[in-house]
Design a binder for this molecule. Structure first.
Ligand code: 5GP
Length: 177
């Protein structure tokens, strides 16, 4: 599992990791948040309405789900089962509460927290992303501060100041797990 505040670069780390090791595969989560520019349903997320998401909760379809900000996010049991059956190195990129819940169910899973070089850099990255409103940026920074407090609950912490080094560190952690 990879966690880290919004803007810490965990998705970039994941993409580079996948280039190093093609068995590395991310589960596609379900969410009620609206797609960002360039995001595709079924690839980045399964974008669901709140009613659609609730139906999946009722059907016990989630390994874990959380309300994060205004939206729901959840890891589907079917995704984890499919990728494990395909012998993939299954990567969940999820927030801290979800990671804690998954660790309870799969204690053998490795948890890695990606840290931004500083909160100032994190703020700049969130502003540059530009797809979110100022209000959303401020809200994500407040969530980020709370998330950073959870870093010691993770098996490993890696600072994303230099992408190549960060990716190499994560690669070694995964391969020694
Ligand atoms: P974003 O809206 O930026 O794509 O994601 C917001 C946060 O939700 C990120 O920290 C992301 O890792 C996390 N997230 C994405 N999918 C899931 C999920 O299935 N479960 C949980 N618990 N968090 C998720």
């Amino acid at each position: 599992m990879l966690s880290g505040p919004s803007g810490c670069g965990k998705n970039t780390v994941y993409e580079a990791l996948k280039a190093l090791d093609p068995t590395v595969t991310q589960t596609v989560s379900a969410t009620t948040r609206a797609p960002r520019t360039g995001e595709t349903d079924g690839i980045d997320y399964y974008f669901l309405s709140e009613a659609g998401f609730r139906e999946k909760i009722e059907a016990d379809a989630f390994v874990e789900y959380v309300r994060y900000g205004e939206n729901y996010y959840g890891t589907l049991k079917s995704e984890v089962a499919r990728l494990l059956a395909e012998q993939k190195t299954v990567v969940l990129i999820i927030e801290v509460n979800g990671a804690r819940n998954v660790k309870r169910i799969y204690p053998e899973a490795t948890t890695i927290f990606i840290l931004p070089p500083s909160m100032e850099v994190l703020r700049q990255r969130l502003v540059q992303r530009g797809e979110t409103t100022d209000e959303e940026t401020e809200r994500r920074i407040r969530i980020a501060e709370t998330e950073m407090e959870c870093r010691d609950q993770y098996d490993y912490r890696v600072v994303n100041d230099d992408l190549d080094r960060c990716v190499r560190d994560v690669y070694h952690i995964i391969n020694n797990a």
